[in-house]
Design a protein around this ligand. Structure first.
Ligand SMILES: NC(=O)c1ccc[n+]([C@@H]2O[C@H](COP(=O)([O-])OP(=O)(O)OC[C@H]3O[C@@H](n4cnc5c(N)ncnc54)[C@H](O)[C@@H]3O)[C@@H](O)[C@H]2O)c1
Ligand SMILES: N[C@H](C(=O)O)[C@H](O)COP(=O)(O)O
Length: 328
């Protein structure tokens, strides 16, 4: 049991369902030792509210652990958390959880970081610019480019652009960006998922992939030349395909992953196929990071109605990835 990978799980927004779903990890059958980052008192209070009888103890690297016990790396809340009610004063706490887990990752104490959901809005309301874990952890680890990919329902959908206003998407999409995104996606599918020759289908940006230039020029000017260049390097990348019919079985059976051009081109399909079971993965980082496929669900905090299946899937995926890939 002691040879199992140790996984850092950040419990996320304290007013949301993050603490609730982390409590389920105590009883879970998981392929690793789980260390939850959060406020111990918050976790104890939430367990009491949910009627869960769980032993919550501080994490010690050389300490004994066993199923039924939740090991916690403690960080204090700034102010007491109320289920369902965001408080701007706890934004720094949420980021501190990520920072502490990241330090442990850097010190090789943990094999992977798995994150419960945070609330982007309240962090920004606190005066800290924050667009998501993906961008935050990229900056934290001084990684110039990362790729968001969600996996679920037999699909892997990566995004060329992530958290930005829709009106900025077309201007952000350059040949340089697309080349970097596809190169990272290809490499991480090989190294972190063990796919020797990954097959990637690329969506167009415009309706009907631009209709030969009559409905937009990004396909002809940017996407096709990049795909051609990467094909010359031996990569099995094809497209651009009209996004409306790309997610059909006859297309997907030829693919290991799909690259969508923007957040809501790819993620609704993935979440329709597997919401609650999917996993969000950040590719390109110098460590393994996975997350749940859902948000803070403030309406469900402390009600017992939140499912933790996506968190379990995120941990299982992180452990599988750690078996394929070791950091330098
Ligand atoms: N990994 C992350 O940190 C992450 C992911 C997605 C969204 N978010 C953030 O979460 C906040 C709220 O986002 P939202 O309202 O768009 O999405 P949400 O996923 O929180 O909620 C959407 C709907 O799904 C339900 N739901 C969500 N998770 C559930 C679960 N585990 N079990 C049962 N039902 C569940 C909610 O009750 C709600 O009805 C936003 O700030 C968003 O940016 C964070
Ligand atoms: N785009 C993600 C989703 O819709 O599930 C979510 O916002 C989380 O993103 P980060 O992992 O960057 O926080």
């Amino acid at each position: 049991m002691n040879n199992q990978p140790v996984i850092a799980v950040t419990s996320g927004e304290p007013a949301g369902i993050g603490p609730d779903i982390c409590l389920d990890l105590a009883a879970g059958d998981l392929p690793g030792r789980i260390v939850v980052f959060g406020d111990m008192q918050l976790l104890q209070q939430r367990a009491a509210l949910l009627g869960k009888n769980i032993t919550i103890q501080p994490y010690r690297p050389d300490g004994k652990y066993a199923p039924g016990i939740l090991e916690v790396c403690h960080t204090s809340l700034q102010v007491p958390a109320q289920a369902g009610i965001l408080n701007v004063h706890n934004a720094a706490y949420v980021l501190q959880l990520l920072d502490s887990a990241h330090i442990g990752i850097q010190q090789s104490e943990f094999a992977a970081m798995v994150t419960a959901p945070v609330h982007k809005g309240i962090i920004n309301d606190s005066g800290i610019q924050f667009s998501g874990h993906t961008e935050y952890l990229a900056a934290k680890s001084a990684t110039s480019r990362v790729v968001m990919m969600l996996a679920g329902g037999g699909l892997k959908v990566a995004l060329a652009t992530t958290h930005l206003p829709l009106r900025n998407v077309a201007d952000t999409l350059t040949a340089e960006l697309l080349t970097e995104i596809l190169t990272i996606l290809h490499l991480d599918l090989q190294q972190k998922f063990g796919l020797l020759q990954p097959r990637i289908l690329v969506a167009g940006l415009n309706p009907h992939a631009g209709e030969g230039g009559h409905l937009g020029h990004e396909e002809n000017n940017i996407i096709m030349p990049v795909i051609g260049l990467l094909q010359q390097q031996g990569m099995k990348i094809t497209g651009p395909f009209p996004a409306d019919t790309l997610f059909q079985p006859f297309m997907l059976e030829q693919a290991d992953a799909v690259l969508a051009m923007y957040h809501d081109q790819g993620l609704p399909v993935l979440k329709y196929a597997s919401f609650g079971e999917g996993v969000n993965i950040t590719l390109g980082l110098p460590f393994i990071r996975t997350s749940v496929d859902h948000g803070t669900a403030l309406d469900l905090a402390a009600t017992g109605k939140a499912t933790s299946s996506s968190l379990f899937a995120a941990i299982n995926t992180a452990v599988e990835m750690s078996q394929h890939w070791k950091p330098n």
